[in-house]
Design a protein around this ligand. Sequence first.
Ligand code: HEC
Length: 162
Amino acid sequence: MFKKILLVLLVVLIIMQFLRPEKNIAQGPSTNDISTHFKIPVDVQTILNKSCNDCHSNNTKYPWYSQLQPVAWWLNDHINEGKQHLNFSEFATYSLRKQYHKLEEVAEQVEKGEMPLSSYTIMHTNAKLSKGEKDKLISWSSALRDTMKAQYPIDSLVKKKQ
Ligand code: HEC
């Protein structure tokens, strides 16, 4: 009985290898990328690339083990969910208010240590943020919000409190 179950599992696992999710790799650069609308310092871009953009952009760098099922599905879920919440490649399509709010969220998530997800940094140890890197992201987010405040009326960025 046990052997049969194992055999079935093995067959399922093999079949699963043929059912791969589509990869998150864009054909070319996005005109709506955050970097096309805001100046992003090189060191900040480097941090975003190594720690965030696998799940928050249209381009994921896939490690070898992501080719194996069910890892590929699991990863794909994270990417889809991450992009749904925040996609730096589509950032310019957001309303001003949403852009401003997402920047606030970036600082908050990084400050609290919620991002990058710990399930991700177990394998991507390099994506873990040092204190210095966290500070850089937080002050970049805050400086960018200041730039927006200088550029646009505050009502278009934050909802007025009643
Ligand atoms: C392994 C994939 C992954 C990585 C890497 C990752 N995130 Fe996320 N992120 C998610 C997922 C999934 C969600 C939505 C669910 C949640 O909040 O846990 C999310 C949510 C967020 C949100 C909340 C957006 C909102 O308004 O709801 C922010 C902000 C964010 N991430 C920023 C970052 C930043 C900044 C980094 C890099 C320092 C990063 N993330 C790295 C997967 C990831």
